[in-house]
Design a protein around this ligand. Sequence first.
Ligand SMILES: Cc1cc2nc3c(=O)[nH]c(=O)nc-3n(C[C@H](O)[C@H](O)[C@H](O)COP(=O)(O)O)c2cc1C
Length: 242
Amino acid sequence: MPDLKETLGYNYLHHTKFNRKTIREKERPSISPGEAFKGYGDVKKISLPVSWQKTGAELEELLQKRRSVRQFSNENLSLEDLAFLLWSMQGVTAQAGPYLLRTAPSAGALYPVETYLAVDRVDGVDAGLYHFDVRNFQLECLTDQSVSGLVARGALDQGFVSRAAVTVIWSAVFRRNMVKYGHRGLRYIMLDCGHICQNLLLAAESLDLKACPVAAFYDDELNALLDIDGVEESVIYLASVG
Ligand SMILES: Cc1cc2nc3c(=O)[nH]c(=O)nc-3n(C[C@H](O)[C@H](O)[C@H](O)COP(=O)(O)O)c2cc1C
């Protein structure tokens, strides 16, 4: 089996890293724009109804209302609300043999995504950097000093990130997935994380919280903040909530 560094996934990730020095100079391929929508002209069309069964009403409302919002309330999040958000992302909902199945699906039930939190305003939780322990449904404190300013810097200096009550930082432990899926694994890892993030966004909406996903970041700055090496484990996505 090729090692991680020999996989296409690893090479893709490393060739597409943002870096403070090279971000402006890096050559971008010149690609002509694609059509925004696709349509088939001369085929049979079926208009879809736009009022649905009452049973789906709550979900419908959440989906309708969800927006990426970059302004947050100054209020604290309750610990209960934070716990619900974490459960929505990666809560264990069943066991199948050795697999702890979760609220979000994962290719091969391999769960390569780890969740970290930059906490600034949560009742009963010191500002700091935390890791979410999925099995024990606990937070593990890595630093009890606010890191939100550093996370915002690492997120291409997007200021709103520093004003969130909490910013979720997702990393991938590549080997967990790639041991089975090899070159193709990176696709699945990114899809897994998309599922997790969408669960968070809808859960936040259900609590009347604002949230915004963030994928623009200086990879190795955030990796250094989490003390991960960017090879075995690397940051892949964030979301600010408040
Ligand atoms: C993969 C991905 C990366 C994103 N990265 C950022 C980001 O770095 N900064 C930001 O302000 N918004 C970011 N967004 C939010 C998008 O700008 C937003 O989803 C888009 O404008 C559509 O708006 P809506 O989410 O309100 O429907 C990202 C969204 C996705 C799905």
